[in-house]
Design a protein around this ligand. Sequence first.
Ligand code: UDP
Length: 479
Amino acid sequence: MQNTKPHAALLASPGMGHLIPVLELGKRLVTNHGFNVTVFVATTDNSLSKSQLIEQTPSPNLLNVVLLPPVDVSSLITPTTGILTQLAIMMREALPKLRSAILAMKFCPTVLIVDLFGTEAMVIADEFNMLKYVFITSNAWFLALTLHMPTLDKVVEDNHVKNQEALLIPGCKSLEFDDTFEPVLDRNDQIYVEYKHMGVQMQKFDGILVNTWQDLEGTTIGALGGEKKLGRVAPVPVYPIGPLVRAVKPGPRSEVLDWLDMQPIDSVIYVSFGSGGTLSAKQTTELAYGLESSDRRFIWVVRPPIETDSAAAVFKTSHRSDDSPDFLPDGFLTRTRKMGLVVSKWAPQNEILSHPSVGGFISHCGWNSALESIVNGVPMIAWPLYAEQKMNAAMLTEDVGVAIRSKSLPTKEVVGREEIETMVRTIMDKGDARRARVKTLKSSAERALSKGGSSYNSLSHVANDSETAFKYLKAKPQG
Ligand code: UDP
């Protein structure tokens, strides 16, 4: 690699939900803004295989992707350690590996961009005189909550935690208790401490990139960057640069896409709970009967039921399986043979959502899934499970107007078959207003990302600052 243009080092924490948007950001920095990019991917022994990584990389010849040596966190976690705490711990343990990897490079990168779990890498950026940015792979509302955490911590938040009242975030939508982000609830839990720490650290960066765009979250973005006296939440510049989603890959067509080719336009509902979501046995049964009785076509990505952990598949090495799903109700596969397709564990999601036959999505509301649905003009049934998904579901349903959700709370109770049937029929109804709204946002997303659009310009700001830093450092006498 020549030292002739700015070089961005991106650090991704494990999990497809982080890796995919980080790789997309890398791709845009190379193709639109003339950067060299190295993406460092932190791993544990079982979090990611090299082949999965290559499969996800948008254009392998554009990006230098480096898998950091795996870290062993087994002595630091227990069977009850939550998924977010595990991520925070493993990213901390990966820092020496990142430092060594940067030291081994011929030319030091100009800028370091980390995701939410990588904020402690700030010290490495400072050590090597790099600009430093955080990339929030979620939305601006979640970013506002994170930045507000250190303040919240100082105010005794009995209202939200004990009285279950809405949490006020200056200038932004309030957070209802039922939609809350669990880490804010228990000061004695390690994730509370970790999350607050991330909110503190982020304020010391040169800026924060966020995977959203002006038309989607204008009010929140305004509150983040607005005047301090009016209750500005972010003390550093915020750059909405989204929606960055994985491009549909040309290549061999899967069986799923061949099946979709045979279905009428907008007739199929796609059901998937992200890279890691799992349901209980009872919920799996209710979902099966609900889909069947809705009498609509479906593609359902199924995982074996797990009773106590809705994020049980997050760190599983293999997403592929030909196992027959013997946990589905007796005769379900035979009865729905003509209407539905059941896929085990993993499906080419973006390819599916971009197919014209898909007209609805039952989604766990991971932010990448939500964005993929919007950029493909597909309305959703929001079915949040873990992390900040309840917040996403609330926003998509109430503010953005592209989703509906159940009265029963999927994180607390079983959503019954009748409710599922009604929701599926509602969202697949051609006249539903949410369908029109999501199509408008699809066009607005395209405009934001194209040259001169709001997100394109936001990333140009970051690129220009990096270019200036690069020229300055190059001109500076060494030693
Ligand atoms: N994904 C996929 N196939 C699947 C499940 C997930 O391609 O069967 C991709 C999906 O398209 C998205 C990512 O994995 O890009 C999941 O990210 P998201 O933020 O939606 O949820 P998470 O998995 O992080 O909870």
